[in-house]
Design a protein around this ligand. Structure first.
Ligand code: HEM
Length: 418
């Protein structure tokens, strides 16, 4: 984000991590990766090379697994499902050589059986009961507070004034972070997310966050509260607890995994509805369409278009031979627009017959926060519909588009209402 005003008053130097992140991931240049994904998919569902390079797009930040082997990308829904479900053939361990360098040994880079044990421990902090508490204690008040700030004005930028900030604030509140620490915490989160293009800032943020969480975890062990950090220090499975490093790695992961994605997906959904006013009005009149609208937003414009795996043995995907050691780009964006699975795949249509999409991935690493993300998005949308009558894009605001290659979102959503 080039305008971080809403995330606090941090002014260390001229470096703006929000702006650097946008620049690095193609926010300024890539408007439509879907035509290219579709052409590649129809030529061959699995291709040698990285998606960005195959489409002639340079300098894209991707979630990759740098290794010795050649790079392949899977574009079809069926191929993507195969790779994500078959965790014995396709390992996640390669993330250790990319984001793991900054975040520590996170759940993302674990294979079975370590992954399953860790996931069961972490899940204890994300129960339905906890999500209900988060909804009422953090999500509703946070979204309402953001809307309060602009509701009387009759106009707003829904990205800068709502979607960018609320998922961050929810995570910070769930961790029980003191108010005064939050601006710095958001900044570290963006620097970690952007580490592929700005490694120095990423490493520094990682170390700083480790120290910060270390202090907090020690306090919470002594004097536990109802917050996420306290819950993680107490989670137990068959007599085993999480180590400090395991807890810190998870907490470091939460901002990029939980906030970045949710801010983008809720912005993309609002964009879909605002550019299809008849669907927005249908949803306003019939809230039973809410779940379908959220899933269609995620299918149509997933916030994260690609993830990665490594083939551990010689294998085949969709009839294409892939050698052991190959890095596999898993193109979630292309799979969500695969015409073999979705009619009129490039159209946003909340009335379409619902079928599963892969915005949250699939298989054992399927997003651990998907229920939280859906709840946050539903609350945001419900309050927007309840409190902003006659909502529409501001006709004077110029060209508003979803931009980016791996991470996608509109830069702004200028709206008028009332
Ligand atoms: C719309 C919002 C979201 C999207 C599209 C999304 C997408 C994803 C995807 C694609 C993965 C799989 C990554 C891989 O295997 O390489 C993933 C994993 C994960 N997500 Fe999300 N995510 C979202 C929201 C959240 C939230 C709110 C949280 C907060 C708890 C979260 C926490 C995680 C975690 C911890 C993992 C790792 C799970 C594992 O490795 O077993 N995500 N997410």
């Amino acid at each position: 984000m080039s305008d971080p005003g809403i995330v606090g008053e941090v002014d260390h130097d001229d470096y703006d991590p929000f702006e650097a992140f946008d620049r690095a991931q193609g926010a300024e240049t890539v408007a439509d990766p879907y035509t290219g994904f579709g052409e590649l998919l129809s030529a061959c569902p699995v291709q040698r090379g990285a998606a960005g390079a195959l489409m002639g797009i340079e300098n894209t930040v991707t979630l990759d697994m740098p290794g010795a082997g050649p790079m392949y990308t899977v574009f079809s829904y069926r191929g993507v499902e195969q790779v994500l479900r078959d965790h014995e053939t396709f390992s996640s361990a390669g993330y250790a050589n990319s984001m793991g360098l900054v975040m520590g040994h996170t759940i993302l880079e674990m294979d079975e059986p370590e992954h399953g044990r860790y996931r069961r421990l972490i899940q204890q902090a994300f129960t339905r009961k906890e999500m209900d508490r988060w909804e009422h204690e953090f999500v509703r008040p946070t979204v309402n507070g953001a809307i309060d700030a602009f509701v009387d004005r009759g106009r707003a930028d829904l990205v800068k004034e709502l979607t960018f900030s609320f998922p961050n604030q929810v995570i910070a509140q769930a961790m029980g972070l003191p108010e005064e620490d939050r601006p710095q915490f958001y900044r570290w989160g963006v620097e970690i997310t952007n580490m592929a293009s700005e490694p120095e800032h990423g490493f520094a943020a990682s170390v700083a966050l480790g120290e910060y969480f270390g202090r907090l975890a020690a306090e919470r062990r002594k004097d536990p509260g109802p917050d996420l950090i306290s819950l993680l220090t107490q989670a137990e499975l068959e007599g085993q607890r999480l180590t400090d490093e395991e807890i810190f790695a998870f907490l470091r992961l939460l901002l990029p995994a939980g906030s970045e994605t949710t801010y983008r997906s809720s912005s993309n959904l609002l964009f879909g509805l605002l550019t299809h006013p008849e669907q927005l009005e249908a949803l306003r009149g019939d809230r039973s369409l809410m779940a379908a609208a959220i899933e269609e937003g995620l299918r149509w414009e997933p916030p994260l278009t690609g993830i990665a795996r490594t083939a551990v043995v010689d294998t085949e995907i969709e009839g294409v031979k892939v050698p052991a050691g190959a890095s596999i780009g898993v193109c979630l964006g292309a799979a969500n627009h695969d015409p073999a699975r979705f009619d009129r795949p490039h159209e946003f249509d909340i009335f379409r017959r619902q079928t599963n999409h892969v915005a949250f991935a699939s298989g054992p690493h399927m997003c651990l926060g998907m229920h939280l993300a859906r709840m946050e998005t539903a609350v945001m949308l419900e309050l927007v519909l309840d409190r902003l009558p006659n909502l529409r894009l501001d006709g004077d605001a110029g060209d508003v588009r979803i931009m980016g290659f791996t991470f996608r979102a509109p830069h702004s959503l200028p709206v008028v209402f009332g």
